[in-house]
Design a protein around this ligand. Structure first.
Ligand code: NAP
Length: 307
């Protein structure tokens, strides 16, 4: 069984920042990532609010730069899934793929996954008109009619991105007011390709082999109607990736990890950083800050509990 001083779970901005701070402090560290590094950054076309890039930076480009930075250091990496964690005093055991590894400190930076609407045909027509990623799938809908569902920053930003490609967008939101930033709202209202469908929820995705439309219900009048379209992009928030969490770990009511301001959880030696943490502001810049804070706290913990 391989033993590490620190194990970082998740290769998004929080995990990469945590790993960077740990290896630079001389801590024997492994970064465990299920797929490729980047997390939600990879799903973001343009980051306009990451300091230092006045003209914005592509999500994949910032990810590549963070990854390149990490490759300057002696960091172990495992590309596999964490399946189970056993909390023990002084060290914790993780089942990664089919192998157990141990770490004296563990940082959870496993991020979030797309929230679903849980409506008829949403799963069946995934990849056949239903999508959760504008950058990945937008190109398939050039000059077509689509719906974007949601009212947060993701829905507004992605609607603006998709509007450059498609013929028309129905922006379907369940309330009158948007949750997303005013600057994105203004741009959406001004965009001639975007038609607002407010106070409305998608009740069914329509189509046999491919999406042919959506059924929506106006939540005020309770009336149903159908909109003909070719694709539906769903951006209604995120759920935590928490299927492997130990039962002792304290979570909030939505399943995100509770921490103190040093990113420490209720279990000694276990920290959380980034979107998986219970907090309000989920941004790349806050994820990076969480990662650095968690690594610094983990380093102090390791020093204090040395040997
Ligand atoms: P979000 O802020 O949680 O917004 C989710 C939206 O989906 C809300 O408008 C919500 O409606 C709606 N919604 C939730 N469940 C729904 C359902 N079952 N049916 C219909 N609508 C539903 O999620 P997000 O937009 O993905 O953003 C997540 C986090 O990332 C936020 O903290 C956001 O600020 C951040 N983010 C930031 C940027 C940026 O700064 N550029 C870009 C993207 C994301 P209600 O409003 O009625 O609740």
């Amino acid at each position: 069984m391989k033993s590490y001083d620190a194990i970082v779970i998740g290769g998004g901005p929080a995990g990469m920042a945590a790993a960077l701070y740990l290896v630079r402090s001389g801590v024997k560290t492994v970064l465990v990532e299920k797929l490729s590094p980047g997390g939600q950054m990879l799903m973001t076309e343009e980051l306009e609010n990451y300091p230092g890039f006045p003209r914005g930076i592509k999500g994949y480009e910032l990810c590549d730069r963070m990854d390149e930075h990490l490759r300057e250091y002696d960091l172990d990496r495992i590309l596999d899934e964490v399946k189970e964690i056993k909390v023990e005093e002084g060290k914790h055991s993780l089942l990664v793929g089919d192998e157990w590894i141990t770490g004296r400190a563990v940082i959870f930076a496993s991020g979030v996954t797309f929230r679903k609407l849980h409506v008829h045909n949403e799963d069946k027509l995934l990849g056949r008109g239903v999508s959760y990623c504008a950058i990945c799938d937008g190109n398939f809908f050039r000059d077509k009619v689509i719906a974007v569902v949601g009212g947060g920053n993701s829905a507004l930003e992605e609607a603006l991105y998709l509007s450059r490609l498609v013929k028309k967008i129905y922006l379907i939101h369940r309330r009158e007011e948007f949750r997303g930033l005013k600057c994105y709202q203004d741009k959406c209202y001004k965009d001639p390709k975007i038609e607002m469908v407010l106070n409305s929820v998608v009740t069914r995705v329509l189509g046999d082999d491919d999406v042919s439309g959506v059924e929506v219900q106006n939540v005020k009048t309770e009336e149903y109607s159908e909109i003909d379209l070719d694709g539906v992009f769903i951006f209604v928030g995120f759920d935590p990736v928490n299927n492997f969490f130990p039962p002792e770990l304290e979570l909030d009511e939505w399943g995100f990890i509770k921490t103190d301001q040093e990113m420490a959880t209720n279990i000694p030696g276990i920290y959380a950083a980034g979107d998986i943490r219970s907090k309000k502001c989920r941004q790349v810049v806050t994820a990076v800050g969480d990662g650095a804070t968690a690594a610094t706290a983990a380093f102090a913990y390791l020093e204090h509990n040395n040997g």
